[in-house]
Structures are given as structure tokens and as C-alpha cells.
Write a protein that binds this ligand. Structure first.
Ligand code: ZN
Length: 418
């Protein structure tokens, strides 16, 4: 939140909003005492007590049970507080090429409810298909929200889509969803979000329409943020999430921040050229990585119907499956080495279907990296498997919403505006 230091009263207001956000984000990391909060935020104990009181009266925080006994005050608990059942939750959705998934995420990152089902978004008239996908997603999150049964406010909804998305929420390019280029996902969401956006939530209070956060982003980018915030990678701050479903993409994180390029199109790994004379790709080019390492290429090449079947065939040692996976691993290695040479990330996290197929991809992939990635001379690229599996993108999408709402709770929730 940029602070306008020139303006007296505005400065007071925005400082309070900023500081309240600091306190709420500390509480999202776990229970702590008022003294802990004062130490970590640099605010006075009196200010902290005022904030805790405001947050408690709105149901955002509550007294944590037990808690450590304060030093020098035998038997007197230090009164830790924690997020309460009224704390804001976020909804995360992924509209995949061939599936739809959604979840409800608590400010702590805990997934309170989740759902995923198969749905082919490729067939039919594009605008109608998007409208149907969004309507279905909204119904799904409403149902999940009801199932959670908490009093928590809904901070907003984050939606991951398999394509390049502009900052205004419009799809710029989605090679695996024919006709979706130019479709406005955010506008479609706004049309369907009535039950959330205008306060008539199916269960419990929600933020007002203008305060309801709507985020739309690329699935690989949001997946990378999901792994960064909620994955168990012990402080990994520089990496690329290399993941595949039908398409192949990379989400690049540098210094703990997403690098998505000037227009959001960075990390289009699936459309790096492996062979300039190779087969035609949905993007209009030839010989793209996706044609060798995307889900369709893998299944068709191995003569199986789904990823579980491919994994089974590989486990049984079927030569056709092993050959397809080895070829995909090589292609992935060539493309990933280019990525590593350009942005200098020390680790690649394999996500989506690559997480499941990793044992069969890694040998050829690391052989190519050894030869082609320059940094391999002094610090070999680490290959890791995604922690969140196929949930990474929807959890990252919910995480983006939580980050925004928790950094400025007074703007998003009038009840703590003070
Ligand atoms: Zn392509």
C-alpha cells in the first residue's frame, strides 16, 4: 500500500490501514501474544491492543487456548490470540482445459474444502463455454462455502486459467482452448458473482461488491505462487514451477516474487521451439515443447487413455511408454536449460502431471540440464517435485486474494475500518 506522506489526515488513515494489515498478516502466520505482535511489527503495545480489540469484535481473532506462561509471572498466561472463525477466507478456482476445480482457503493457508471434476472446456461456442465454466465455478464455490459452514467473510475469488491473462483479466492467448483469445474472464465473473458481490451470500456475511477481490491469472504463475507460499520447500525463493496438464507452462519466482513479464506472458515454456520443422502447434508455430511433452502427446505416444494409465505402463516397464517419457524428459531438459540460462534459477519444481511422472522424466531431463545449463558448472540445478500436486494453481489463486485482503483489511472489510 503506497503511503501518501504529504497529506496529513490521509496519511493517518492509510497508516492505520497499513498497520492493521501488518498485524493481521502476523496472526495469519500463527497464534501470538500482544507482546509478540508489538515486537514483530514495531508498533506500540497500546496500538496493538486497540487493533486486537477491533479485530476481535469483528470475529477476526479470538483468544487462543492455553498459551505459554509469561516469564516472571508464575501461572499468568501471556494471553495469545489467534485468527477466529470470523476471519476472512478466500475462494480459489482453476478452469483447466479438461477439468474444473475449486477450494476454500483459510488465511493460514489451510484448505477448508476442495472439489475437482472432469469437464472438457474445448468444445462448443467459446463465449458460451466460458459463461458455463464460470457459472459452474461460482455454483461450486458457493456449495463449498456452505459446506465449510464458518462465519468467515469471503475476501474474494481467484481464478486460474490455462493461458496468458492480461492485468484486466482478459485472456490474451490460450492455445489449448480454441476461440478463448480475447475473452474477458473477469467480466464474466462479475456477471455471475451476484450472490457474493452484492452481499447476498449463501451463508454468512461477505464484503461489499467493490471490496470483493477478483483475481484472474495464468495457472503456471498461480501454481508457482501456491508452491512458494504453501509448499514445503524450506525457504526456496528462486525457482521455476515447470508443470503440465494439457498444456505445458512455467511459473517463474525470483527473490520470492513472481516474474510474469511485461504483459504476463513470461514462462510460456510449452511454446519454446524444440524442432523448428516439427509438428504444428495450437499456437501457430511448429515443433513446440508441448507437442513432445504435453499430456496429449504423452498419452497418444504411449497409446493410453489417461495419466494413471501412463504411469502404470511405465511401472510395468512397457517400452513404448518409457520411450515416450524419455523423449518428453529430453525435450523438457532442452527447454528448461534455456529457461535456466535466461533467468538463472537454481531449482525446477515439477508440477501438474509431471509430479506424478517425475521418476520417468528426471533421468533424461537432468542429462540435458547437465550439458546445457551454464550454471551447472558451479551449482547444479536442483530438481524438486511439487508439494501441492494438481492443487497448486487454485491454492495460489486463493493465496493472491488473501494477500490482498489481509494487507489492507480495513478497505476490504468495513467492520474493521475503525
Ligand atoms: Zn506452440
Amino acid at each position: 500500500v503506497p503511503l501518501d506522506l504529504a497529506d496529513g489526515p490521509a496519511r493517518q488513515g492509510s497508516l492505520r490501514r497499513h498497520n492493521l494489515g501488518l498485524v493481521l498478516r502476523e496472526l495469519a502466520a500463527g497464534p501470538c501474544t500482544r507482546a509478540d505482535l508489538a515486537r514483530r511489527t514495531g508498533l506500540t503495545k497500546a496500538t496493538i491492543s486497540g487493533f486486537v480489540e477491533t479485530l476481535a469484535s469483528a470475529g477476526f481473532v479470538e483468544q487462543a487456548p492455553g498459551g505459554p506462561v509469561a516469564r516472571g509471572a508464575p501461572g499468568r498466561p501471556a494471553n495469545p490470540v489467534r485468527l477466529g472463525p470470523g476471519a476472512p477466507v478466500a475462494l480459489g478456482v482453476e478452469i483447466g482445459v479438461d477439468f474444473l476445480s475449486a477450494c476454500v482457503v483459510a488465511p493460514t493457508g489451510e484448505v477448508l474444502a476442495r472439489h475437482r471434476h472432469a469437464r472438457d472446456h474445448r468444445k462448443g461456442e467459446p463465449q458460451g463455454r466460458l459463461a458455463q465454466a464460470v457459472a459452474e465455478a461460482v455454483a461450486l464455490v458457493a456449495a463449498l462455502r456452505g459446506r465449510v459452514g464458518r462465519l468467515g467473510r469471503v475476501a474474494g475469488v481467484g481464478v486460474a486459467v490455462p493461458g496468458v491473462v492480461g492485468p484486466e483479466g482478459r485472456v490474451r492467448s490460450a492455445p489449448n482452448l480454441p476461440g478463448w483469445n480475447g475473452l474477458d474472464v473477469r467480466a464474466e465473473l462479475a456477471r455471475h458473482l451476484g450472490p457474493f458481490g452484492d452481499g447476498r451470500a449463501p451463508a454468512g456475511p461477505v464484503a461489499g461488491r467493490d471490496r470483493f477481490v477478483v483475481e484472474v491469472g495464468n495457472e503456471a504463475d498461480l501454481g508457482a505462487l501456491g508452491e512458494l507460499w504453501y509448499g514445503d520447500h524450506s525457504g526456496l525463493r528462486d525457482f521455476a514451477l515447470v508443470s503440465a496438464e494439457v498444456g505445458v507452462g512455467a511459473g517463474i519466482v525470483v527473490g520470492g516474487r513472481l516474474f510474469s513479464g511485461a504483459t504476463g506472458a513470461a514462462g510460456e515454456l510449452g511454446h519454446l521451439t524444440i524442432d523448428p520443422d516439427g509438428p504444428l502447434c495450437g499456437c501457430g508455430s511448429r515443433g513446440c515443447l508441448e507437442r513432445y511433452a504435453g499430456q496429449e502427446a504423452l498419452l497418444k505416444g504411449a497409446g493410453v487413455h489417461d495419466v494413471a494409465g501412463l504411469r502404470d505402463a511405465a511401472d510395468r516397464g512397457e517400452p513404448r511408454a518409457l520411450a515416450v517419457l524419455s523423449r518428453a524428459g529430453s525435450g523438457l531438459g532442452v527447454a528448461s536449460a534455456a529457461l535456466v540460462n535466461l533467468v538463472d534459477v537454481p531449482a525446477l519444481v515439477l508440477g501438474g502431471i509431471y509430479a506424478e511422472l517425475a521418476p520417468y522424466l528426471v533421468p533424461a531431463l537432468s542429462a540435458e540440464l547437465r550439458v546445457r545449463a551454464v550454471r551447472h558448472l558451479w551449482d547444479p540445478v536442483r530438481l524438486l517435485v511439487a508439494d501441492l500436486g494438481p492443487e497448486a494453481a487454485m491454492r495460489g489463486a486463493a493465496g493472491v486474494v488473501l494477500q490482498r485482503a489481509l494487507s489492507d483489511p480495513a478497505t476490504h472489510f468495513p467492520e474493521v475500518a475503525g
